[in-house]
Every structure is written in structure tokens, then in C-alpha cells.
Design a protein around this ligand. Sequence first.
Ligand code: PAF
Length: 283
Amino acid sequence: MKICRSISCLQKELPAAGKREIGFVPTMGALHQGHLSLVRRCREENGLVVVSIFVNPAQFGPTEDLQRYPRDPEKDIAMLENENVDLLFMPDNGEIYPQPYRTYVNVEGLDSGLCGRTRPVHFRGVATVVLKLLNLVRPQRAYFGQKDAQQAMIIRQMVRDLNLPVRIRVMPIVRDGDGLALSSRNAYLSPPERQAALLLPNSLQKAAALVRCGVGESRIIRESMQIELDRDPLLVTEYISIVRLDDLQDIPAVEPGNTLIAAAVRAGRTRLIDNLLLGDLSC
Ligand code: PAF
């Protein structure tokens, strides 16, 4: 696996792809099986697999966990080598945001609800760095996880709006044996917080069961999820939202094939998200 830390290295290495199709998995490192599921799908579908590791400061608010975000580059490199990744791009901040840096991407209307309510600069930072990385790597396909469903929707919209020549592939959530969605931030959880965090996937299972039984009213589903989340005082609910997939607007009842049921909670200082998708995010 070739490791590039500079854009000039990337630009020298990428032409070596020749006629091979390029698949790209952008990450912030601290890799887990969720990331590896993206890398494996990318490996299956493309001739050349490029992964990036960049903890993007632009997507962290001033009070968020940029400094303590987990970083383990040696372990990440070993995991990616094991997956037969061809090229790893690991730039530093100066490479991605040379000073003075002034240009940002806002995907209007999709970035203010759900996580955007408490993370006002987050999606601007995500869209900006993803656009920059797509411009640098020029992949035919790019891979994202469904756990960050709002992020995937925003990237999908950006790709459409700006006519970017890339297919966005969104892969299912990967969970631990007990149901907790894998996240680099799970490493922050104390044992009691981790136990409490299980109520998040459990609440989504309750929602899924209601939908299966034909109960589609958003208010009833939200109430049932809230009851589940309230079972442990260690968990503080940030939001439970039932939104249309196309525009992320709240809807009074689930629309089969076009609905996202999403929730965010805090367990101590750790913020966790999870969701249930009734529809398709890839494009
Ligand atoms: O999902 C992530 O890990 C990040 O938001 C991403 C897409 C790599 C952009 O920094």
C-alpha cells in the first residue's frame, strides 16, 4: 500500500491507475469494522482502492471533541494493508486548508435539522472536505456509511447539484453483537454508559416493530422511542426525528420507501447517533 501525505504525491500516484476504475473511502481514521465494510465493498467494485484518513477540523464546532478524537495511525495502516488497499492519503491540515483558506460548501436546507441543530458548522465542514477530496482523488465511486445518514444525504445532494462525476454508495450500519452501531466515538464510553447506549438501537427496534405492525404515525413512534431512551438516566436525548429522505423534513407519518427515523443521544460527554432507514440512500 502506497501512503501519500501530500497532494503532489497523490497526483503522481493516481495516474498509475491507468484504465482501472477508482473507488474511494474517505475516513477520519480510528478505523473499525464499519469502515472496513466500506473498504471491502470498494475493493469488490473497483480496480484501484483509495482511502483517506484526515481528522477534518472544519467539521468540529469550537466546543466539540477535535482534540480528543481517537487517533491510531499505525493500527489504521495495518488494517488497510490487510484489506489490500492500494493507496492511503493522509494529509495534514496545511495540505487541505492552506492559509488563508476562504471557500466552504453549504448544502442548504439539508444541514439545519437533525444533527445540524446542535452542530451548526458540522455539515459545511463535511461537504467542503468531501468535495476537496473528491476533486483530488477523482473516483468513479465513493463509499459512506448509513450511520451518518444525514451526511450521506448531503453529499448525495452536493454531487447532484455540482454535477460531480461520482457514484455515491451508502453501506448498511455495522453493529456490535449487542446491537450498538460501531463508531470511533464508542471508545469514549465507560462501561455503564455503553450499557445505557444500547437503548438507542433498542429504541429503533421498537420503531421498526411499530412500523411492521402498521403503526406509521410519527408522534406515536417518537413517544415509544422516548420511553425506551428514558429507561436509563445516563442517556440524554438530543433528538428523535422522523423525516422524509428526499428533503429531511419532518413528516407526520412514515412514508414507505422514503423515510429516515433518526436519533441522537448523549451518554456522558459522548454523543451517539443511530437510525433506521426505510428507503435507499445510494445514487
Ligand atoms: O464520516 C466521516 O468519517 C467524515 O465525516 C468524512 C466523510 C470522512 C469527512 O471528514
